[in-house]
Design a binder for this molecule. Structure first.
Ligand SMILES: [Zn+2]
Ligand SMILES: [Zn+2]
Length: 442
């Protein structure tokens, strides 16, 4: 009921205005008051960060991590539910009338052996599905996301007099494999805990200076599809190709022809990528194998483009097989894809205008869309206006040197990626707290 009444009020205010709206000029003193103790909270948050960093867990195995997050936000006064969509954590803090704001972190690390040389570097290892052993590292900065999420939860819980509404804090598993957000939604996240009015998330950036927040309005990250392609032939002696159908030659033709889908069938102003990341066939110099296996990643923004790419790959693969008299290839499109991240333009604008008042206009930087993927997009697809902000994590001087081509900076997923911790936490918490207050502030 309360929610219905509130929606009515918003309708009167005009849809343009959107949700609760603290003007940027009023937001600044409010955020300064609420964030006054951030410096005191920093040492503890840094401890959280170093602990999470040195105990990374790969996708779908975030058990220790989830336990820590659940305990922490429970201690701040949130009502916590664990094991939502696997290891997912949901914390709800109801604090009077007003909108519901979702704040999301991801929890998983990557099978990367850390090479930062930091005193709190990870020494964790994991056994891979193929039996090999790999190092594990928070090389995508999800440990930083969790730390900022905790800091934001703690500060907002301590300052309940300064805002009104509901916080829905979620920690999702398995972002790196594109499964966690979907798993939480399929576990009836919104039916059980209420559908939020908007969603916020941070993602670390290795090419943005700490102290800065990057943003992209509209499409920011791509649809990510994964395809397995098995090219079939007829094996035999390498000296007698006339008695075989050589799948290696067919596969080679397919790899080249796939690039013509992007260059000849897609609007040049519409971004698309087909990458063959793995190709395996044969065992020895003089044996023509029976089959060749290819693994592809396919990226796009628009749904129509996505379909065109997938249809094109099928057609090219089948065509190459037909032309060689080979059996039809096997094409498996992974049903779990990551949809493109679309930052709601109105919410992005509103959030950025608010942050400009807090951080200073020069600290908000426009980022071009990129072809990476992020399953935060699932919440937007489920009908929640969302914005994912990019958190700068690197020294400004290094970013400048990188832009001038004078220095290399390790990218996300690199074994050497190392955010500058304290300033990154400070800006991350400031950005999230201020963005929540922009909507819920009193
Ligand atoms: Zn990642
Ligand atoms: Zn990530």
């Amino acid at each position: 009921m309360r929610r219905g009444t509130w929606v009515g009020v918003v309708m009167l205010m005009g849809v343009e205005m959107g949700l609760g709206d603290v003007e940027p000029t009023a937001l600044r003193p409010l955020a300064e008051k609420v964030l006054a103790q951030l410096d005191q909270a920093l040492p503890r948050l840094r401890q959280n960060y170093e602990d999470l960093h040195s105990h990374p867990e790969v996708s779908l195995e975030e058990v220790r991590t989830a336990g820590i997050l659940a305990n922490e936000i429970r201690s701040f006064g949130f009502t916590v539910t664990e094991k939502v969509g696997g290891t997912g954590v949901v914390g709800v803090l109801q604090n009077g009338a007003g909108p519901t704001v979702l704040v999301r972190t991801d929890m998983d690390a990557l099978p990367v052996k850390e090479e930062t040389g930091l005193p709190y570097a990870s020494k964790v290892e994991v056994r891979r599905p193929d039996g090999s052993v790999a190092g594990v590292m928070h090389a995508c900065g999800h440990d930083m996301h969790m730390t900022c999420w905790l800091g934001t939860a703690e500060i907002l819980a301590k300052h309940r007099d300064d805002w009104s509404g509901t916080l829905l804090f979620i920690a999702q598993p398995a972002e790196e494999v594109g499964k966690g957000a979907l798993a939480m939604l399929e576990d009836r996240l919104f039916e059980r805990f209420g559908k939020p009015d908007l969603g916020l998330a941070l993602h670390c950036e290795s090419f943005v200076a700490h102290g800065d927040i990057g943003y992209t309005s509209g499409y920011a990250l791509a649809n990510v599809d994964t395809l397995d392609l098995v090219v079939k032939g007829k094996g035999g002696h390498g000296a007698h190709p006339q008695n075989t159908i050589d799948p290696i030659v067919i596969a080679a033709r397919i790899v080249i022809d796939l690039q013509a889908i992007v260059s000849r069938e897609i609007d040049p102003l519409d971004a698309a990528v087909i990458t063959v990341g793995s190709i395996h066939g044969g065992t020895k110099h003089n044996i023509i194998p029976n089959e060749v296996r290819l693994q592809l990643t396919v990226r796009s923004f628009k749904e129509t483009t996505r379909q065109r790419l997938i249809d094109g790959i099928r057609r090219v693969a089948k065509g190459a097989a037909l032309a060689s008299g080979a059996p039809e290839p096997e094409i498996i499109v992974d049903s779990v894809f990551t949809p493109a991240m679309f930052n709601d333009p109105a919410l992005t604008d509103k959030t950025v205008r608010g942050l400009e008042a807090i951080l200073g206009k020069e600290h908000l930087v426009v980022r071009e869309p990129v072809m990476g993927g992020e399953d935060f997009s699932r919440f937007a697809r489920a009908g929640v206006p969302c914005v994912m902000l990019r958190l700068g994590t690197i020294d400004a001087a290094r970013v400048r040197a990188f832009e001038e081509g004078k220095e290399e900076i390790p990218s996300l997923h690199s074994s050497k990626y190392a955010p500058v911790v304290d300033p990154s936490i400070r800006t991350g918490v400031t950005a999230l707290v201020s963005s929540v207050l922009r909507v819920l502030g009193r």
